[in-house]
Design a binder for this molecule. Structure first.
Ligand code: FAD
Ligand code: SIN
Length: 532
């Protein structure tokens, strides 16, 4: 298969890019690949909303910039922060034009929410299902474009580079180039090569490397692992954001239901098992301190009191307003027997967002030629050591737009390489024991949770590293011998991504933002990105 523009991922980053390119190049073909259904993405699960300076009578770009820089704890790239904050409102207006709805006040103005780390009300939202609404609007807009083809249930296995033409490609090789991808068509279980002039990776996050995460099962870090194998640069992977308040349901597998930070923005209070509101012990901003502080405070309360969760108290909040703003949360809690107006909600931190990822420049270009990255899989310099709430949907749209601007500028060199060999499956046989994959996955999630969680130590990281080596060795052997399956590829990718998280954490000999190591409980003066 040959296409002009290949997009891997159908979340906010992938679809925004696809729409813009389709509009500018009506005679070019845009192919979007997604490993399950078109809308099954992290985007669909976003609750709180999208941050943008909207009401410039009370808010200002400088304030949003400052909040982002403070959360990022010295590691944001100020130029990128300025770009995202200043270009953000225009991108939000665009998605409104494409059909996304956001809540309005009775006077017809957009209702702006507030979340941890924000000094102003600037979060546009659609009830507590903002992402679902944005994804709906994007999928519908894409379906109307005849030159966009969305291929669901196609699993991308690897990027094609000079390596597949028989050349030795190393980290030091200049001008590694991307010619497209090898992907498994899950309808036929055939491996196909898809050749493209330009490829965008918009593969989302990696929360599934942890046992408890808010991320759906698609979030396995595939894009980051592919770029690392293709010898591209990956940065700041140690900064995994744990959301403070995922619903605590010990017997639920897969992913945890999120209780949006906006609930605390509207007055929800965290309490420990003795009923004490504890956040004032940890930060003067109390329940609305940035996420790393709140998550660590909850972790500390759980450890002090020997509990597996704390409580989120909404019983004092206005019922009508709560149901209006958070209908999804209200219904979810009701479905498990919790009346949030009478009972507190059990919550615990869960892996939520990867601040690091595929290193890009200010136009979304990766270190591999003809390969772009946008959205959660990328590391643009916006988030630094900790992402400010609701800045992620914004970054995805701003960078999808910048990638689009770059392809427009280089539209004259849209060439494809037609000498790509077929996938070589020689020497592999059908998988005989899926249990080997599922068991290794459980081990991986457990070791990342136990040794590479909210609070880290050198000993725990060493243990994680040793266990990962063994999992890596066993899984690589399985990969060499077995026919490719999504389960095996995802396990392989998650091991690679976990390795990058652990290595980043070991190289960072300080505590900064989301990375907290009790052996180095201070910040170094020299502020550095860790690039692998
Ligand atoms: P995604 O939306 O995750 O899309 C990834 C796509 O890549 C999917 O289509 C997937 O199928 C595809 N893919 C991945 N690997 C492969 C492969 N190997 N082959 C083929 N396809 C592949 N951010 C905010 O700013 N505000 C919020 O309120 C907010 N709330 C959140 C709530 C939850 C519960 C979660 C999980 C996240 C939230 N976030 C929020 C973060 C935000 O939703 C994500 O960072 C953002 O949506 C990521 O968008 P994306 O386009 O990068 O990737
Ligand atoms: C939330 O709604 O609390 C999540 C917001 C985010 O991850 O940015």
């Amino acid at each position: 298969m040959t296409t002009d523009f290949l997009v891997i991922g159908s979340g906010i980053a992938g679809l925004t890019f696809a729409l813009k390119v389709a509009q500018d190049f009506p005679d070019k073909k845009i192919t979007v690949l997604t490993k399950t259904t078109a809308d099954e993405t992290n985007t669909k699960y976003a609750q709180g909303g999208i941050a943008a300076v909207w009401d410039d009578e009370v808010d200002h770009f400088d304030k949003h910039i400052e909040d982002t820089l403070i959360a990022g704890d010295g590691l944001c790239n100020p130029k990128i922060v300025e770009i995202v904050v200043k270009e953000g409102p225009e991108r939000v207006r665009e998605i409104i034009e494409w059909g996304a709805r956001f809540d309005k006040d009775p006077d017809g103005e957009y209702a702006l929410g507030k979340e941890g780390g924000h000094s102003e009300f600037r979060i546009l939202h659609y009830k507590d299902v903002t992402g679902k609404e944005m994804e709906r609007a994007l999928v519908e807009a894409v379906r109307k474009k005849p030159n966009i083809e969305v291929l669901s249930h196609w699993f991308v296995v690897d990027l094609i580079t000079q390596h597949h033409l028989g050349y030795l490609v190393m980290k030091s090789t200049p001008d590694v180039e991307c010619y497209g991808v090898y992907a498994l068509n899950l309808h036929t279980m055939q491996m196909e090569k898809i050749i493209a002039a330009k490829t965008l990776l918009a593969t989302g996050g990696n929360g599934q490397i942890y046992r408890t995460t808010t991320n759906p099962i698609i979030a396995t870090g595939d894009g980051v692992a592919m770029v690392y194998r293709a010898k591209g640069r990956i940065e700041n992977m140690e900064f995994i954001q744990f959301h403070p308040t995922a619903l605590y349901e010990p017997n639920v597998k897969g992913y945890s239901f999120l209780i949006t930070e906006a609930v605390r923005g509207d007055g929800g209070i965290l309490r420990n098992n003795k009923g004490e509101a504890f956040m004032d012990k940890y930060d003067e901003r109390k329940d609305l301190a940035p996420r790393d502080i709140v998550a660590r405070a909850i972790d500390s309360e759980m450890k002090i009191n020997g509990t597996e969760h704390v409580w989120l108290d909404c019983t004092h909040m206005d019922k009508e307003k709560f149901i209006h703003h958070f209908p999804n949360i209200y219904e979810k809690c009701k479905s498990i027997g919790i009346d949030v107006m009478k009972q507190m909600i059990p919550v615990a931190p869960a892996a939520h967002y990867s601040c690091g990822g595929i290193k890009t420049d200010e136009m979304g270009r990766t270190t591999i030629r003809n390969l772009y990255a946008a959205g959660e899989c990328s590391s643009t310099g916006l988030h630094g050591a900790n992402r400010l709430a609701s800045n992620s949907l914004l970054e995805a749209m701003v960078f999808a737009h910048r990638c689009y601007l770059d392809v427009v500028e280089h539209a004259a060199d849209l060439k494809v390489n037609d000498r790509i060999p077929d996938w070589n499956a020689e020497g592999t046989t059908a998988p005989r024991e899926m249990i080997l994959i599922t068991q290794s996955l459980k081990e991986l999630q457990l070791l990342m949770t136990d040794y590479v969680g909210i609070v880290r130590t050198n000993t725990r990281l060493e243990r994680a590293s040793r266990r990962l080596d063994l999992l890596h060795e066993e899984t690589e052997q399985l990969y060499q011998e077995t026919e490719v399956s999504p389960q095996l590829c995802q396990l392989r990718n998650m091991i690679t991504v976990s390795y990058l998280v652990v290595k980043g954490a070991q190289f960072r000999k300080e505590s900064r933002g989301l990375h907290f190591n009790t052996d180095y409980p201070y910040k170094l003066e020299l502020v550095q990105n860790i690039v692998l």
